[in-house]
Write a protein that binds this ligand. Structure first.
Ligand code: ADE
Ligand code: ZN
Length: 319
C-alpha cells in the first residue's frame, strides 16, 4: 500500500540489498563468506537484535568509496519514492565506515550527493542523521561528535543505535548535550528491546525530540501519559519488530493500542533490505492484520510529517 508519508527511521546501511552487497564486494575485492546471493539470503533469520546486528555490520564493510555511498543512497531514494515516501530523514553509522582508507568527509559527501540527486529526480527532500553506536564507548562518540561539529560536516542531527540492553542512554548524556548546544537535532533508539526506563532516560537526560521504536513504553502507564501529554513522536517499525522478535506476531503488535492511547506514532521501515520490505510492505502487513480505517491511516501519515525536522512551511506543503 502506497501512502504519502515521511520516512523518519531508516538506516542507509539497512537498505543494502543482497544483490548490492555481492556486487560491491566483487567491485571492491572484498571476500565474503557466502558463495551466492542465496547463501547470503539464507543468513537472514534473526533471533533478536544482536543476531541481526552481527550480520548487518559485517555486510556494510563492502562500502568503500564515496561513490558507493552515493549510489546506495540513490537506489534507496528510488525505492522510497516508489513506495510513497515524500521526505526522508536518513540514519547512517559513521563508526562503521571510518578507520580505513575512507574518511568521514568522503562518506558524508557521498551520501549528500545521493540526497541531492533524489531531490532533483523525485523532489524528495531529506535530512541526514549520524547515529552513534551505544555498544561503543561514549568517549569515542564524543570525539567523533567534536569532529562532526568542528569540521562543520553536513549533518542535521544525531541519533543513538546498535545493541540496546546493557547500554542505557544515560551513558551518552554529555554527547547529546554537546550536540544540542551546537544546534543539532537529537533522536535515540529506546524501548525496542530495552525497558521503559531507557525511554525515560532518553527524554530526561538526552532530551530527545523523537524516540525511535518506543514500543516498550506500554509497560509503563506513567510514561505513556507523559509521551501523550508531550506528543512525543515515536517512530515505530512493525516489520522490524517481528523479524527481530521484539514482538512475536503482527497480531500482537502494539501499534493499534498506541494509536488508541493518543501516542504520536508513525510507521517506518528501519532496515528494509533485511526485514522484508520498505514503507509500502510495512503498510501492507499492517493492513492485512488490522485493516486500519482511512482515519487511522491519515493520522499515521500526518504524524510522520509533523514529527519530521522540516520547517513548518515545508511540513504544511506535504501534509
Ligand atoms: N541499527 C540498525 N537497525 C537497528 C535497530 N533496529 N536497532 C538498533 N540499532 C540498529
Ligand atoms: Zn533503527
Amino acid at each position: 500500500m502506497k501512502l504519502p508519508v515521511a520516512e523518519l527511521h531508516v538506516h542507509l546501511e539497512g537498505t543494502l540489498e543482497p544483490e548490492m552487497i555481492m556486487a560491491l564486494a566483487k567491485k571492491n575485492s572484498i571476500e565474503l563468506p557466502y558463495a551466492s546471493i542465496e547463501e547470503l539470503r539464507a543468513q537472514y533469520q534473526f533471533t533478536n537484535l544482536q543476531s541481526f546486528l552481527d550480520l548487518f555490520y559485517a555486510n556494510m564493510a563492502v562500502l568503500r568509496t564515496a561513490q558507493d555511498f552515493r549510489e546506495i543512497t540513490v537506489a534507496y531514494l528510488q525505492r522510497a519514492h516508489d513506495s510513497g515516501v515524500r521526505h526522508v530523514e536518513l540514519f547512517f553509522d559513521p563508526q562503521a565506515h571510518i578507520g580505513g582508507a575512507l574518511d568521514l568527509r568522503e562518506v558524508i559527501a557521498g551520501i549528500r550527493a545521493g540526497l541531492a540527486d533524489g531531490l532533483e529526480r523525485w523532489e524528495l527532500s531529506s535530512k541526514l542523521i549520524a547515529c552513534f553506536w551505544r555498544h561503543a564507548p561514549a568517549s569515542e562518540a564524543m570525539e567523533l561528535m567534536k569532529v562532526l561539529v568542528e569540521q562543520k560536516h553536513d549533518i542535521d542531527g544525531i541519533g543513538l543505535d546498535s545493541s540496546e540492553v546493557g547500554f542505557p542512554p544515560e551513558l551518552f548524556t554529555e554527547v547529546f548535550d554537546y550536540a544540542r548546544a551546537h544546534g543539532l537535532h537529537v533522536v535515540a533508539h529506546a524501548g525496542e528491546e530495552g525497558p521503559a526506563e531507557y525511554i525515560w532516560q532518553a527524554l530526561d537526560l538526552l532530551k530527545v525530540q523523537r524516540v525511535d521504536h518506543g514500543i516498550r513504553s506500554l509497560d509503563d502507564p506513567q510514561l505513556v501519559q507523559r509521551l501523550v501529554d508531550e506528543q512525543m513522536p515515536l517512530t515505530v517499525c512493525p516489520l522490524s519488530n517481528i523479524r527481530l522478535r521484539a514482538v512475536d506476531t503482527m497480531a500482537e503488535h502494539p501499534l493499534p493500542q498506541m494509536l488508541a492511547k493518543g501516542l504520536k506514532v508513525s510507521v517506518h521501515s528501519d532496515d528494509p533490505a533485511y526485514f522484508g520490505g520498505y514503507m509500502d510492505a510495512n503498510f501492507d502487513a499492517l493492513m492485512e492484520q488490522f485493516s486500519f480505517s482511512s482515519e487511522q491511516l491519515a493520522t499515521l501519515a500526518k504524524n510522520s510529517f509533523e514529527s519530521s525536522f522540516l520547517d513548518e512551511q515545508s511540513k504544511q506543503a506535504l501534509v
